[in-house]
Ligand binder design. Structure first.
Ligand code: FDM
Length: 209
């Protein structure tokens, strides 16, 4: 019987090193002959992802609820792929997922956190969420924000507090991202091994309300 892959999600505010750490983890796992692949949300290459990209680049305007549904639809578009890969024994290292979806959308005026979360119900649940926590001072040292929508200090502060509301202690692993890349990577690798040894023999869980 093929043991299923482990589903890991990386979350956290901008500049915490999510993408670097995701890619380093995949590389390290493949070196150890553990099949693993990188995925990221939003996936801007799909039909829905192209609209999201235009929105983030400020080429188009859309109502907040509609945008939230598009980000969610982007995950639903790839839901069959996620399940198929996990069932075939491939571990997935995913750069942002439903937690970003809810934390960012609910940081806007008049957006209800529970309504945002409802759209995620039924998606595959990760075995662990690695949240890269970057302090304000370390964040300032890592340079300025880019030009995309949401890249604003006040908005990111709201996102940060929304993440705290979404924290599920059973699967949430807080990681101090102020440290150098290798130290963070070594901790992540250790955490992955603990999660992987349990997850492979369990069914894939589903996000619930
Ligand atoms: N973002 C990301 C959302 O607002 N909702 C979502 O569901 C997801 C996955 O999109 F500001 C935001 C987070 C970020 C922006 O993400 C683009 P990347 O990781 O910078 O491409």
């Amino acid at each position: 019987m093929v043991r299923r892959g482990t589903f890991i999600v990386f979350e956290g505010c901008d500049r915490g090193g999510k993408t670097t750490q995701c890619k380093k983890l995949v590389e390290a796992l493949n070196k150890k002959n553990i099949p693993a692949e990188y995925m990221n949300f939003p996936d801007r290459t799909t039909a829905v992802g192209k609209i999201i990209n235009d929105y983030l680049k400020k080429n188009i305007e859309l109502p907040d609820h509609a945008v939230h549904l598009l980000f969610s639809a982007n995950r639903w578009e790839l839901e069959p792929v996620i399940r198929k890969k996990l069932h075939s024994g491939v571990s997935l290292v995913v750069d942002r997922y439903s937690y970003s979806g809810v934390a960012f959308s609910a940081a806007k005026e008049n957006m209800d956190l529970q309504w945002c979360w409802n759209q995620e119900e039924g998606l595959p649940a990760p075995d662990a969420v690695f949240i890269l926590n970057l302090s304000e001072s370390a964040s300032l040292q890592r340079g300025g924000f880019g030009e995309e929508r949401y890249e604003l200090t006040d908005f990111q502060a709201k996102v940060r507090s929304n993440y705290k509301l979404l924290k599920d202690p059973k699967i949430w692993k807080d990681i101090d991202a102020d440290r150098d890349v290798e130290s963070v990577h070594n901790e992540i690798l250790k955490l992955f091994e603990e999660v992987h040894s349990q997850a492979v023999s369990q069914p894939i869980k589903t996000l619930k309300n």
